[in-house]
Design a binder for this molecule. Structure first.
Ligand SMILES: O=C(O)COP(=O)(O)O
Ligand SMILES: [Mg+2]
Length: 240
């Protein structure tokens, strides 16, 4: 591959977990990440709340990992936390919960800009109902609505994982072309376009695979372990 990777960015749900739709972490992925520490800089890019992503990074042993949370609405790097929009989707989400009888996720109280609603299995249907309601409320131009497979997210339209990754690269002086990002869902597909190496895990959505440069043979966390082994064995050389 002859591609130097300076920064390895990891999605969380469906990527570090044993499978899409499951929350249990894949031990092989955690072990591979711990082996990769010191060889390449590692960060998390997730739809999860910042506090959830920070706790996960600490428990994996990635203490100073740069974190992009809330689908690109928040960046935590070194000791600064940056909000990438002045607009929060909280009030709109409250209105949608009332109008459509939706349920907030457990992270809802710990979130700032990108708000999450339960999918209860039919996430694409919930996304469409919300998009229609936002049009009725004449605010559909201000918010993006997407599903990760784990929750339906409503966020200020100017925020995304792609935009946040570009901003993070500027902040830590890394060229986006030397960044690898591994993900599993449609939301990650857009972010694959801004990094040098977009990697979709084997059970990723069709859209994610379509926009990835590499699709791992293995699913979710085992796919992450497979990619990291490839990287550590010089299959994709790392510059550190
Ligand atoms: O928070 C979610 O819904 C999914 O999180 P992810 O971006 O790590 O897949
Ligand atoms: Mg995911």
């Amino acid at each position: 591959m002859g591609m130097g990777i300076n920064l390895l960015l990891l999605d969380v749900d469906g990527t570090l977990t044993v499978n899409r739709g499951e929350l249990a972490l894949e031990p092989e992925a955690i072990r591979a990440i711990q082996r990769a520490r010191g060889r390449v800089r590692i960060g998390l890019v997730t739809g999860n709340a910042l506090i959830v992503a920070e706790a996960l990074a600490k428990y994996i042993g990635l203490n100073d990992a740069p974190i992009i949370a809330e689908n690109g609405c928040i960046i935590k790097v070194n000791s600064s936390t940056i909000m990438l929009s002045a607009l929060s989707a909280r009030s709109i989400a409250e209105e949608l919960i009332k109008r459509l009888g939706l349920k907030p996720t457990y992270q809802y109280p710990c979130r700032y800009l990108d708000m999450t609603l339960d999918v209860n299995g039919d996430d694409y249907n919930v996304v469409n109902r919300i998009r229609e309601e936002l049009i009725k409320m004449r605010v559909n131009e201000s918010y993006a609505v997407e599903t990760s497979g784990y929750a339906v997210h409503i966020r200020p339209i100017e925020c995304s994982k792609a935009t946040a990754i570009r901003r993070l690269c500027e902040l830590i002086n890394v060229d986006c072309s030397t960044v690898a990002f591994i993900g599993d869902s449609d939301i990650d597909a857009e972010a694959f376009k801004v990094v040098g190496l977009g990697v979709a895990v084997g059970n990723a959505t069709g859209r994610a695979k379509e926009h990835a440069k590499l699709v791992t043979r293995n699913p979710s966390g085992k796919g992450v372990a497979e990619f990291i082994e490839l990287m550590l064995s010089g299959g994709i050389n790392t510059l550190t």
